[in-house]
Design a protein. Sequence first.
Length: 183
Amino acid sequence: MKTARHVLILFLCAVVSYGQDSSRQPPKQAADPKLYEREIKDLPTFTRYDYVPSPRDPFLDKSVTPTIMGAYKPSVLDKLALTSWLNDAGKIVIYVQNLETNEVQRITSDPNKDNFRIVEVHPNADPKRFEVVISNGNEKGPVKFHEPPPNPNPQPVPASSPPAQPKNQPIETTSPRVPQKKN
């Protein structure tokens, strides 16, 4: 029984002292590394390559246009804005307006005079998200309702608001004048 008690005390002391630094000596500083000069021998010969600008260097020649993703080409579809649409007995009809010329075209699933036709319709109750994909045979892209740019100079709101009107105003009734007798 005594040995069990001693083992338990020893175990308890080990647990309590776990993680504590039992050394009371200051830590030793690392010795400064000493550099010894040696002669370097048997290195291979090497050629130093410098940057030599080429005549078509894109960083120096300003006539070079960047073509990382290809040059952006404006599309005919970028100029079109959806003005209205309707479901005509199961056939979708849309009207698009050219924002440069203000010309309005009627487009259905059949090609029109400019060869535009409806490819897909993505309806939405929110007109900002309603989208129609059209194609002219060469290009295909979405057309959305045109949102006017925000007003840069909005009219200021008056600082004092008008007095609130009571919801249930009493109804004024007037009765006709009582005729007076003339003497």
